[in-house]
Each structure stands twice: as C-alpha cells, then as structure tokens.
Ligand binder design. Structure first.
Ligand code: PLP
Length: 385
C-alpha cells in the first residue's frame, strides 16, 4: 500500500461491526456491558468457549476497531488501548516485572516514565538504571541479568535515536524483554517490531490523535504479550480506552500518513534555515536513516541557542507558536527547558539527566510553514542581542 493509513476500513467495519449498514465511519458503541440471549450462551462465554464482549473495561467493539488498525500499522499480531500513554506504559511494565527485577532504561526518557520507575517501582523492589544510547548499542553485556530493556527512541526532548536492531540482538542473547515508546516516530517512520523489539507503546495523545483533543495510549505486540497485558494490567488496573476516544483515534489514524508528511516537510524547512543562523549552537533532530529503520523526521525537535538569545523574550514574542506541554497536534508549540527544569517535586528527570537550561523544544504543527517561520524568525530577532 502506498499510503499505509488507507486502511481497509470496510474490512474492519465488516469484521467488527457486521458492515454497519455501509457507514464509512464506525459506530461508537457507548455501553458498559453486553447482554446474553440465554443461560447457556452466558455459561459458554464464561467457560471460554465463545468470545463475545462482556464488559467495556476489557473489550469494546469501537476500541477493538482502533486496536485492529494499530496492530496492522505496527506489523503486530494484536494491540490494546489505554486511557493514556502513562496507563499504557505503567500497565505494560507491571505486566512483566516483579520485586527483585531490574530495568535498563535509556537516558532522557519521558519525565513521567522516569517518575514511574523511581517513585513507584523502586519502593516495590523493582530497580532501574539509566544508560546513554551508545552503551545500549556497544556494550553487549549491558543487559546481562536485566529483566526489561525500556527504550524511548527517538526520545522527546533530546531526540536521540538508538539502533533498535543492535539493542534487540543484545537483548535476545540475554533473554531480555524489549519495550519502546515509539510516540515520536509513529509507525509511519519506524516499525520497531520489524527490527526485533518485543513491545511497542504509544502516547496516542500525540501524533496518533493529531488534534490535541484526546488523551490515550496503545500497546502493540504479539498475541501472547497483548493477552497478558490485557488480562492482568488492563483488567486489574482498569485504565481502559473509552469508546469515544477510540473513535477519535480512528479518525486520527486515517490522516496520520498525510499529517506526518507535512510535519516532516515543515521540520526539514525549519532545520535547514535554523542551521544558517549564528545564534543556533545545535539542533536536536535525528536525520532520517541515521539509525536503521527510522525513515522520517517528525515535527518535534529542540534547539540549543548560544548566549545571545533571551529565551523568555523569544517565548513572549511568538504568536503562532503557543507555550505549552505535549505535542503532535495542529497548533505549533514552544517549550523552554528552563521552566521544566525548575519544576518542583521529588524526582525531576530533566535535572537527573543534566538537561541544559538554554534549550527550547518546538512542535511544528500543520500551519503554513512560511507563516510559522516568519513568526519564529521575527520573535528570534527581537530576542537576540
Ligand atoms: C506524552 C508522552 C507520554 C505520556 O502519554 P500521556 O498520553 O500523556 O499519558 C509518554 N511518552 C512520551 C514520549 C510522551 O510524549
């Protein structure tokens, strides 16, 4: 398929909904429970002889339509939706670790994933160590004795990309389960399961939703892993994806390919222009194919400026760019690390990983790129001495 998000939506509508009367968009099955015709049918379901839906915490047709599309897009056997990216991450990690286990994690992991490991799992006796990507790639024994390798690649602040084929080869030798947060690249630009990674996680709140109107998560893997996650941590921790959010995500997926192409084109344009400016010290954005299997560049990158730029003035003078967290929607966003570094509270991953305070992260949205550049350049001129 040229445009890989041209799903056979008809196939999904007919397998999940029996055709839905020719509708091109799936029904939102807004129900908590599903009833049975007879005592015998109910008994058969509970004996596991049939597989009808019972209760929306674990199974719902609209959610299943989204999961089916995601599994297909990531080349996995199955997927499971969650109420947020963090519900997906915490439920997936907890499905596979127990006290005494050790997790090896990449540096610059998403701040709340870091807090999950440090504030919640460490007190339960599940420890985590953090390593630069070079160690994951070049030290074949890094994963010896480790239960789980937790990757985020490219990560969402420094945009470092790790060679997934190398890591999965090391992990397989030591029998280590590998997970990746693939939110930055989306399956349009990277399909980790095809590179040997075991489990792919997304914050669907970002590019998959694409419109900054949903908080959701999803996990893709083989049938065995997905069943384990669904039956243990989805069912028992209960962070389920709601049918309406699943419906919005299905809508998002159908334009994901087109949106990623535009995010990429705008990012390429910005990066080549920024590279000509003397106030720019470094741009953090992995070039396509800088690691095997990473085929494109998303609209999320960060810039390290030299001391001539006043970042407060820059943020106060952009108009099209809004100041805020998250990314992946229509609206372009700017995030200064100086503010996130100063966030109070016990475990601040940005402090832990020694992030510099002269970095701004941009999420280029879907506005006209010339308008975005004019807006950014004029604010930059005002803030440069
Ligand atoms: C936003 C984000 C998350 C968390 O997802 P939520 O949907 O906000 O819970 C995880 N990983 C990355 C890289 C993110 O950007």
């Amino acid at each position: 398929m040229d445009n890989e998000t041209d799903y056979e939506i008809e196939t999904i509508l007919s397998t999940v909904f029996g055709g839905a009367g020719g509708a091109v968009s799936p029904p939102i099955v807004q129900t908590s429970l599903f009833t049975f015709d007879s005592y015998d049918a109910f008994e058969k379901r509970f004996k596991g002889e049939t597989d009808e839906d019972v209760y929306t915490r674990v199974h719902n047709p609209t959610v299943r339509a989204f999961e089916t599309m995601m599994a297909k897009l990531e080349n996995g056997e199955a997927a499971v939706g969650f109420a947020s990216g963090m519900a997906a991450i915490s439920s997936t990690v907890l499905a596979f670790v127990k006290p005494g286990d050790h997790i090896a994690c990449v540096e610059h992991v998403y701040p709340d994933s870091f807090k999950l490991f440090e504030d919640m799992l460490a007190p339960l006796g599940i420890t985590t160590s953090y390593h630069p990507i070079e160690e994951f790639e070049n030290n074949p024994d890094l994963l010896k004795g480790v239960k789980l390798a937790y990757l985020e690649s490219p990560n969402s602040l420094m945009m470092q990309a790790v060679d997934l084929q190398k890591v999965s080869a090391h992990a397989k030798r030591h029998n280590v389960l590998t997970m990746i947060d693939n939110s930055w690249a989306t399956p349009i630009f990277q399909k980790p399961l095809t590179l040997g990674i075991d489990i792919v996680i997304h914050s669907a709140s970002k590019y998959i939703s694409g419109h900054s109107d949903v908080v959701a998560g999803v996990v893709v893997s083989n049938n065995v892993n997905v069943t384990k996650i669904r039956e243990r941590c989805l069912a028992l921790l209960g962070g389920k994806l709601a049918p309406f959010e699943a419906w919005l995500l299905i809508r998002g997926l159908r334009s994901l390919h087109a949106r990623m192409m535009m995010h990429q084109a705008s990012a390429n344009e910005f990066i080549s222009r920024l590279n000509t400016l003397s106030c720019v010290k470094k741009i953090n954005s992995p070039a396509p194919n800088s690691v095997p299997g990473l085929t494109g560049r998303s609209g999320l990158f960060s810039i390290k400026f030299n001391e001539t730029v006043d970042i407060r003035t820059l943020c106060n003078n952009v108009n099209l760019f809004k100041i805020g967290v998250s990314w992946g929607g229509y609206e372009s966003l700017i995030l200064p690390t100086k503010i996130t570094l100063a966030q109070t509270g016990a475990q601040n991953s940005m402090q832990h990983f020694n992030v510099a305070d002269d970095i701004v992260r941009l999420s280029l949205g879907l506005e006209n790129v010339e308008d975005l550049w004019a807006d950014f350049k004029s604010a930059l001129d005002k803030s440069t001495i």
